[in-house]
Structures are given as structure tokens and as C-alpha cells.
Ligand binder design. Structure first.
Ligand SMILES: [Fe+2]
Length: 278
């Protein structure tokens, strides 16, 4: 399937549509939060979730969904012993899956570290902070959930910045950091359905030093997205290029306000499109 895109473009640059004057302060605050807060891992099971493109086998390392499925009884008992609630985890029907983030049996930090060390599982995002957590992916469509205590305590300027964006409300917000030389595996978030409207969210890279890649499975072409604020179709395959330095992005999900939708349409319709990366 070719890129689905947004409003007829591979992606849309939001820098001219939003006031990004607070992003420098947001960047300082997030970097301090990385230094002061315990972060989590995320990613690591995209292949077993069936959300990676075919034909890029080297893109995904060992996948914890596959590893957990193939553990012997002793291995599974060891994994369960590292859970936040070992007895409940031990009762989980492991052949059925459902382990990991935003699923029935989340992994503890100790479990992720053990899967990484013992079974070479690759977790792309090793510095993950949830500002407005969701228990399941679908929950991001429910607006008005509380900010995390960590966000309110350590990231007040970030919360204020996100709260003034032209969104009807916020259903999910997080910060995803990649260590030096790590890459974000190619995957899709939303359904691969050309008739479905694209999920509405905004992605910020305050440091402007991350290369998001959109992958057209039909042609094999890659579109590189740089910049500090953009929107793309998360049903398209996307990943992050490796780089010799730490990078992070800030994602906020919520329906766009109507006037912002109209502004986006104007940008998408303009001949001098902002949507092409240099
Ligand atoms: Fe994604």
C-alpha cells in the first residue's frame, strides 16, 4: 500500500501554524525531567503485534512477544517472578499473548531489562515518559484524563504548552526518547485502511534533531520528516533513523479544533507545500 498521508500530503509541517515560542523552555524542562525521573522502555514487540512492513526483516531485532511465547516453563516462571504482581502474571495464558504496553499484562521495568539482557530483545525507545497515560491504545480517544503526577510536578511548562494547542481536548501525551545509535523500528499505529480518517495528533521535536521516516511499502521509497512540529498519518509505516546522539519527541493526541482543520486544509492545498522535507 502506498502512503496514505494527510490531506493529500505525505505529512504536514505545523511550524507556521502554531506558536512554538515555548518550545525552547519545554526542551530545557524535558531534558531535566529525563535526568530526574525514572523512565520506561517502549516498543519491542512490533513484529508480534503484526504492525511492521514485510520485507524489512533487519529493522526489528528480537521481539518480546515472540520471546515470551517461546519461553519454556522455567523461563516464564522467571519472567513472572520479575512482574509487579508475580502471581497474577504467572496465571496469564502466555500462548495467547497480550503482554506489554497498553495490553492486558504490562511488563515491569525489571521484566523489560531481563528480556533485553537475557533474550536480546530490542526496545527502541528506552526513555519513555507518560504525561497523560492510557491503559489501552483505544483510550486515547477519551478526552480529559488527568495528567500524571510526574508531569504536573516536573513538566508544568510542557503541560501548559500542550494545553494551549488548538485541540478540542487531550487524550494521550508522552515523550519518547531514543538513545544514541538506536533506531525506531518501522511500524504503523492506526489501521491500514485508506477509508479511515487519519488520527489527529501533533508531534514535536523541540531539539529539531530527529529524522522520522515514512515508508511507502508499495514503492519502497522513504520520506524523511525533520523539523520541530508536524503531523503525519500514523497508519502509514513510520520509524526513526539511527543517529549518533540522543533524540526525543513529544506526541499529543486529541481532535483538532475546526479552525485548525481549516488552516491545515489551506496549507495542504497551497502550491508551495510545507510538507516536503529538504
Ligand atoms: Fe508509532
Amino acid at each position: 500500500m502506498a502512503l496514505l498521508g494527510v490531506l493529500g500530503r505525505p505529512f504536514l509541517d505545523l511550524t507556521k501554524l502554531l506558536d512554538l515560542g515555548a518550545l525552547d523552555a519545554v526542551h530545557e524542562e524535558i531534558c531535566l525531567a529525563f535526568a530526574q525521573l525514572p523512565t520506561s522502555y517502549t516498543g519491542g514487540s512490533h513484529r508480534s503485534m503484526g504492525i511492521v512492513p514485510t520485507g524489512r526483516p533487519s529493522d526489528v531485532g528480537r521481539d518480546y512477544g515472540e520471546v515470551i511465547r517461546d519461553l519454556d516453563d522455567a523461563g516464564f516462571a522467571r519472567l513472572a517472578s520479575l512482574a509487579d504482581d508475580p502471581e497474577a502474571f504467572a496465571r496469564a495464558p502466555r500462548k495467547r499473548g497480550g503482554f506489554g504496553e497498553e495490553r492486558a499484562h504490562p511488563l515491569s521495568r525489571a521484566q523489560m531489562l531481563w528480556l533485553e539482557a537475557r533474550h536480546s530483545v530490542y526496545f527502541p525507545w528506552k526513555s519513555y515518559l507518560e504525561l497523560m497515560p492510557v491503559e489501552r491504545w483505544e483510550d486515547k480517544d477519551e478526552l480529559g484524563k488527568p495528567w500524571s503526577r510526574e508531569a504536573l510536578t516536573f513538566l508544568p511548562q510542557t503541560v501548559a504548552f500542550l494545553s494551549q494547542l488548538p485541540l478540542e481536548g487531550i487524550g494521550r501525551a508522552n515523550v519518547m526518547g531514543l538513545k544514541s545509535f538506536d533506531h525506531g523500528t518501522m511500524h504503523h499505529d492506526g489501521p491500514r485502511d485508506a477509508s479511515a480518517p487519519p488520527a489527529e495528533f501533533m508531534m514535536f521535536c523541540p531539539a529539531g534533531n530527529k529524522e522520522l521516516v515514512l515508508y511507502d511499502e508499495a514503492s519502497g521509497e522513504e520520506t524523511v520528516v525533520r523539523g520541530r512540529a508536524f503531523w503525519f498519518n500514523d497508519s502509514d509505516f513510520h520509524g526513526v533513523r539511527a543517529a549518533p546522539h540522543f533524540r526525543y519527541s513529544l506526541r499529543v493526541d486529541g481532535p483538532f479544533r475546526e479552525e485548525f482543520r481549516r488552516a491545515l486544509q489551506d496549507v495542504a492545498a497551497s502550491p508551495a507545500s510545507q510538507s516536503e522535507s529538504p
